[in-house]
Design a binder for this molecule. Structure first.
Ligand SMILES: NC(=O)N[C@@H](O)C(=O)O
Ligand code: NI
Length: 177
């Protein structure tokens, strides 16, 4: 990825404009969990259910880890939201599936050494979940508009599974959408 997504706004602040979340534009970061005709789907349960099959790669087995399900009840940050941290989970994937009806923000950067110029921001609909692949840099869960619940599937196990980087003021990035 060459071009940066960051520009300097009229007040001199680093700024990123959020883009709509699609499986294609999120592919290097992880999976988008949604029902659409592009994913494998078939009817089950005597035709009363359509199964949208195998939507995300849940990768939690490092160091005998296991998958757990939690609910993150999240309140929105004050706007304009200014990104001041990024984290990654080196031992496992982490999936967020919205339970309510609100959109939310997804802030990511590619695995490896964190490169601030490669941060991307997506706005996800309440019909879309995301699964961060192991090592994908991301901001912690970002609700929009109102308190929102997310069903979270991630790893429980031995060893550190959360590397966090806090930005100095000049590195912080405002999100516009
Ligand atoms: N700390 C924690 O469990 N949450 C973060 O990993 C997050 O991505 O929200
Ligand atoms: Ni996380």
């Amino acid at each position: 990825m060459s071009e940066t997504h960051i520009y300097i706004d009229e007040k001199g602040y680093k700024t990123i404009v959020a883009k709509p979340l699609t499986a294609t534009n999120f592919a290097i970061f992880g999976d988008v969990i949604e029902c659409n005709e592009q994913v494998e789907n078939f009817t089950i349960n005597q035709g009363f259910t359509r199964r949208f099959h195998n939507l995300a790669d849940i990768d939690v087995s490092d160091n005998d880890g296991k998958a757990i399900i939690s609910i993150f009840r999240t309140i929105p940050l004050e706007q304009p939201i200014r990104i001041g941290m990024m984290e990654r989970h080196p031992k496992g994937s982490q999936a967020f599936i919205p339970i309510g009806n609100q959109p939310y923000l997804v802030v990511v950067a590619p695995k490896g050494e964190l490169n601030l110029s490669q941060i991307q921001v997506f706005i996800a609909s309440s019909d879309q979940g995301v699964n961060y692949h192991k090592g994908t840099w991301h901001h912690f869960c970002l609700a929009l508009n109102e308190q929102s619940d997310f069903l979270v599937v991630d790893r429980c196990g031995e060893g550190n599974n959360c590397d966090e980087i806090t930005f100095i003021d000049e590195q912080k990035i405002i999100i516009k959408f």
